[in-house]
Design a binder for this molecule. Sequence first.
Ligand code: UT7
Length: 333
Amino acid sequence: MNRRLSAPVGITATGQCFPPRVVTNDDLSKIMETNDEWIRSRTGIGQRRWVEPGVGASHLGAPALQMALDNRGIKASELDIILVTTVTPDTLFPSTACRIQQMVGADKAFGFDLNAACSGFLFAFTTACSLVAAGGVKRIGIVGVDIMSTIINKEDRATAVLFGDGAGAVIVERVEEGLGLLDFEHRIDGSGGAFLYMPAGGSLKPATAETVAAKEHYVHQAGSEVFKNAVREMADNSRMLMDRNGFTGDQLKLFVPHQANIRIMDAAAKRLELDPSRMMVNIDKYANTTTATIPTALHQAFEQKRMAKGDLVALAAFGAGFTWGATLLRWAY
Ligand code: UT7
């Protein structure tokens, strides 16, 4: 059974923002025991962007949203909701949505943060489409932003090399019949929690001098466990979604997977029997920006004219939680 909405809702504009500082694999090899060959061959990453100290999620998120508003040709005051997805908010509260609301001047909006790690954008997109389809609100700005460089342990080479900083944004509203969100399948499974998490800094283990000394405010990841689960769930879930809608790989104009590891992405593309040219890849330039990978990839794909109005596009993600999901849409503009 598919999960079609009661009204056609989709993306009508995109935007992005990356910090200017490029950190190459060779740069990292000067501060930790690693090398370009290992990082490229195991992950597909060639470089990433990292912020300077003092730059938070709102500083990338607000310009990304402003770019999406400009591309749509509307003012921030025309937004009903600002929905921010992130695991690296400016502060635990107030929400980063409140900070971005003030920065862009969205004076008629309400908003909130949503945390689903690397699947955050997919969950936010489905939430936004459902709210618009229900009729209570007209227009939603989604911002997917993560500043991973602030929560990675630069002494843990197995994790530190993987992540970058960035923000992507989209505008969600009613679209023409037959376009926009077609179907989705999302899941969470808390039994995977211990494989990818930040041990301290929440209510369970508040910050103390000891937790800081033990580096418990950084990402802790059991890489191969996450890898195995990501390959299975991203590939199976995407294939299942295509099958239940009667689509084959050759009908898919673009596959936009979460950019965590090129080997995970290739496995999913293979399961979809997809020509490799139909997969959006930017992990080489930006690494894993967590919730920002999919909205920034969508923005770049549209700029590069890799999809147009009416084209079938599939999104897929897997992340901490575990969380995972796949989404099918027809590009709406
Ligand atoms: O977005 C959220 C979801 N996250 C993911 O999807 C990440 C999933 N996991 C992965 O992408 C992979 O597991 C990693 C890229 C993290 C690791 O790749 P792997 O092929 O699983 O390598 P490994 O952890 O098994 O390590 C292989 C070797 C080890 O050395 P020994 O024990 O074989 O001597 C590591 O110590 O590679 C070593 N190693 C490194 N060497 C150079 C680990 N990190 C590095 C490094 N540079 N940065």
